[in-house]
Write a new protein. Structure first.
Length: 286
């Protein structure tokens, strides 16, 4: 199925896939992390995943037929939690989906002072609005530059893919996975997804580079990728190493005296107290 053919039959294919996806999700145990596998050799660039994501989370639905979004590489945004990009590679055109990678030891959650950015027991990394104080440390700490802040909103939020956490709790798969008409996306336990990825590489060594992106990058991620070409040709960072980013800060945090960690909070409180005292003093002299 090519991209144009899919766009004509997306409605029927999407609804059929959704039913199958729901049945699959019911078999997922929450005793270990779950994740998703993207096989870029199967992706046709239809962007059904973008539409499904937007519909599932109340975001603006993209016009995948007329918006020309594939003409330039895109990053995720406050309005789009996932995007599909087109790349011209050594093996022709390849499409690759981009979203939060849901790291096993996420730097964003480690940097969050209030646990607003939170790694769930099941695996997805979610954002909890009621705990966020707007510091945006999650943004600067993410090696994939995923969390986005609504600068123009009077009630700003951090926007990013949460791997359809609400759908998972209802026994359904992520909306993007359910909507994919060509099985380019798969949801399940990470160890099972790894086995499937290895089997595909073993059975078709000429089709894939022998690397599963996300297996070891920054300590491992919940989103895994297969590709027919080296991942740098698909815009992926290949300089991240295998150490989880929170590990780099452990030595510092353990060695810094508590007084220095509390000093900023203490100084803010002291300034506030001094300001109130000054105001009261001025009122007393009136």
């Amino acid at each position: 199925m090519d991209r144009r053919s899919f766009l004509k039959t997306a409605g029927a294919a999407g609804s059929t896939t959704l039913v199958a996806g729901s049945l699959e999700a019911q078999e997922i145990s929450h005793d270990e992390f779950v994740g998703c596998l993207t096989d870029t050799t199967r992706c046709i660039g239809c962007r059904a995943c973008e539409v499904a994501c937007a519909e599932a989370h109340g975001l603006p639905v993209p016009d995948v037929i007329n918006d020309g979004a594939l003409e330039a590489e895109r990053n995720t945004s406050t309005d789009q939690w996932t995007v599909v990009n087109r790349y011209e590679t050594d093996k022709g055109t390849v499409y690759a989906k981009k979203q939060c990678m849901h790291c096993w030891q996420p730097a964003c959650a480690a940097a969050c002072l209030t646990n607003a950015m939170f790694k769930t027991h099941e695996g997805p990394v979610i954002w909890r609005e009621d705990k966020c104080m707007g510091c945006r440390y999650c943004m600067v700490s993410c090696p994939f530059e995923i969390p986005k802040f609504e600068y123009d909103s009077i009630n700003p939020k951090i926007q990013k893919c949460i791997q359809c956490w609400d759908r998972l709790q209802e026994g359904e798969v992520p909306a993007c996975v359910a909507a994919c008409p060509v099985d380019a996306l798969m949801f399940g336990k990470k160890n099972q997804l790894m086995e499937i990825a290895r089997v595909r590489i073993y059975n078709h060594p000429e089709r894939y580079v022998h690397h599963i992106y996300g297996q070891h990058e920054v300590g491992g991620t919940g989103w895994l990728y297969l590709s027919p070409v080296p991942f740098d040709q698909l815009g992926f960072r290949t300089d991240l190493g295998t150490t989880p980013y929170p590990e780099f800060t452990k030595g510092f945090l353990y060695s810094v005296p508590v007084v220095f960690l509390l000093a900023p909070t203490f100084m803010v409180a002291l300034e506030h107290l001094s300001r109130r005292t000054g105001e009261n003093g001025e009122e007393g002299h009136r």
